[in-house]
Design a protein around this ligand. Structure first.
Ligand code: AMP
Ligand code: ZN
Length: 477
């Protein structure tokens, strides 16, 4: 089985081969545990799980590393702003360590609920301070670092390939942008080690050759990936927002510390989960939805996983309650179809060794979809079609579907509780009736902005409106 991935490095589809036959070293940038992960973050981890599973399906043993950022980095990529962990601690009246423990635990719970495979390693940044210090020392001894009053910076001008990965033209950047550089020599230079002010103790700080302080954000990924995988990674993943700064800086640090040894061979970047109003769901924007909010509204975590499977990882996926509801309906219909097939397979004891020719065609289709840049929506479509394909026996279809579920990760052998419709009290029902009536008026008078506003309001209330010949009807999802 051949896998092809769109490699951000070179920006083209490329056949995947690992450095070491049969083994893949895969590093995925993990969460900063100062708050709950939102469902946009989780989309990225679900897509990375599809990737991990597809690699294993193709026969690779995967050394999968996901870091936990528990050091309080600064809220801006430009090395200033507030410390995220300290902000979290102040918000909740707890210590930074309590904040880290609490949100790490919440993150791991989401991970499990989404049926994501456990990484081989979950390194915490605070457990790898010595490795980070020695990486920074390597860079300093090779002449890539310079000191200012408050930090040791990486000098991006010394790494000629700095802008290549993100396609940044350095001369244009330097000429075109007016930024307050502070003590930095170039706008793209970034902190390797931040030195604490003399008169202020930080909640998290460590001794170092440059003074008490803490490592720059990008340093941990370079240090931990080398420690747990090696100098060259087969695959490095993250969201598209990381290309320009975080991953560009990881490459610069790792390759300069390792005498030009390539840092990662394949870079896969996940496009964002967006909302209807914004291209990015983020913690700072109003739309901060967690998996728990979805569960509280009656969705199963696997409904969200299925929703993620409906879009290719390099395409935006738009979150709205009606979109999630449609995915849930499709997911539940799929399970209703597959349950008897899986049961038939489990009862039949069909030998797993060789597949009959007509089943092999289906297998090939599924694998082809995975091989084309991890086309999970297409692979899911093959599974949907197979579930309806009566030319194959139920047991054989069940066998194929269970095998494919190693990649889809929907736990098809388990039955999920049926979603419960939310109860609506009289006041809310009256309000919804009024909104639906106003929607009809707005549409009849072609007042589209008003119709759109009402549509959004109804969606927020989780109301699904269906137009029938006798007028609209509604139900709560
Ligand atoms: P963070 O905790 O902010 O570092 O984000 C964790 C991961 O989620 C990173 O790989 C981000 O690129 C990714 N991410 C952040 N926002 C979104 C979003 N709206 N949709 C998908 N991925 C996201
Ligand atoms: Zn990273």
């Amino acid at each position: 089985m051949k896998l092809h991935f769109h490699n951000t490095l070179g920006r083209k589809l490329q056949e995947f081969e690992s450095l070491e036959p049969g083994r893949v070293g895969m590093y995925c940038c993990g969460p900063t545990v100062y708050h709950y992960a939102h469902i946009g973050n989780l989309r990225t981890y679900v897509n990375e799980d599809f990737l991990r599973r597809a690699l294993e399906y193709a026969g690779y043993a995967v050394n999968h590393v996901v870091n936990i950022t528990d050091v309080g980095h600064l809220t801006s990529d430009a090395d200033d702003g507030d410390d995220k962990m300290e902000k979290g601690a102040a918000r909740e009246g707890r210590t930074v360590w309590e904040i880290a423990a609490h949100y790490t635990e919440a993150f791991l719970r989401d991970w499990q609920r989404l049926n994501l495979l456990q990484p081989t390693h979950w390194p915490k940044a605070t457990d790898y301070i010595p490795q980070q210090i020695s990486l920074v020392q390597e860079l300093e001894s090779r002449g890539y670092a310079y000191r200012t009053s408050d930090a040791l910076y990486f000098d991006t001008e010394k790494f000629a390939a700095y802008g290549d990965f993100a396609g940044i033209k350095m001369d244009k950047l330097l000429a075109g942008v007016r930024v307050d550089l502070g003590d930095k020599k170039n706008p793209t230079d970034f902190a390797l080690w931040k030195i604490s002010p003399k008169d202020k103790r930080r909640a998290m700080e460590w001794e170092s050759p440059w003074g008490v302080g803490f490592p720059g954000w990008h340093v941990e990924c370079s240090a931990m990936s080398t420690a747990l995988i090696g100098k060259t990674l087969d695959i490095h993943c993250g969201g598209t927002d990381h290309i320009r700064v975080h991953h560009t800086n990881e490459i610069a640090q790792s390759e300069c510390a390792h005498d030009g040894v390539p840092f990662a061979r394949f870079w896969l970047h996940n496009e964002f989960l967006k909302t209807e109003d914004s291209d990015k769901m983020s913690k700072s924007s109003g739309e901060f939805l967690t998996l728990q909010v979805l569960v509280d509204r009656g969705f199963h975590a696997l409904d969200y996983r299925y929703f993620c499977a409906t879009a290719h990882y390099r395409k935006f996926l738009t979150f709205s309650w009606p979109n999630l509801e449609s995915a849930r309906d499709a997911h539940r219909a799929f399970r209703r179809r597959t349950a008897p097939l899986v049961a038939a397979f489990q009862a039949s004891q069909v030998p797993s060794a060789t597949l009959p020719g007509d089943a092999k065609i289906w297998q090939d289709r599924f694998e082809e979809a995975l091989g084309q840049d991890l086309n999970i929506p297409k692979a899911l479509g093959v599974a949907q079609t197979l579930a309806r394909e009566t030319a194959l026996t139920e047991a054989l279809r069940g066998r194929l579907l269970l095998d494919w579920d190693r990649v889809l990760g929907l736990s098809l052998e388990v039955s999920l509780p049926e979603p419960e419709a939310e109860a609506v009290d009289d006041d809310e029902a009256a309000r919804i009736d009024a909104l639906v009536a106003a929607r009809t008026v707005a549409r009849e008078s072609k007042n589209w902005p008003e119709a759109d506003r009402i549509r959004k309001e109804l969606a927020d209330l989780k109301v699904v409106v269906t137009d029938t010949p006798t007028g609209p009807t509604w139900k709560k999802a």
